[in-house]
Design a protein around this ligand. Sequence first.
Ligand code: PCA
Length: 202
Amino acid sequence: MKKLLLTGFEPFLSFTVNPTMRIVEELNGLEISGYRVYGRVLTVDFASSGAELIAHMEDINPDAVISLGLAGGRYKITPERIAINVKDGAADNQGRVPVDESIDLEGQPGYFSTLPIRPMVNKLIEEGYPAEISNTAGTYLCNNVMYEALHFAQTHTPNMRAGFIHIPASHELAIQHGKIPSWSHEDLKRSVEICIGVLGEN
Ligand code: PCA
């Protein structure tokens, strides 16, 4: 059976709950659409999250990698189109604030997702879940992890598909945060399962 590395993140900044964490924990070990899911949670740390992800890729040797991140404030499920070679933005969980840094000094400027992002969006909408392709994953940890996965795939395992999906807050997080739109945990998880299903068919 094919293997899917599905990553989420720990809480960060003002987001005391990260819905991606519970989703990857609950989907870990399941078989979805011909893929065995290997769920792993990454730290929100510019110095280590990329290395953690690559260690999981080397350890599991997956056929595909889907990384999930919270986009607090977004209303839709948003598969990301591109990762850029930039680290910049808010403090990570170690208090580090990179300014205009490269992720990889020798790496190319950007990598397009190799996931079937258009079919994912189409299928989500067909199933009744608001979704659209996002053209920026930002320059924080989510972009960082997406870039690292695609860079590793391109340089080491060209057949490995990889990419990133940002999801909205869960109701649990929205109640604690107070100022962001939210979806139920069940709908968020079902949306991720739908995306994995589309991967299995494309
Ligand atoms: N979202 C952040 C990092 C961790 C997460 O879940 C981001 O969008 O970069």
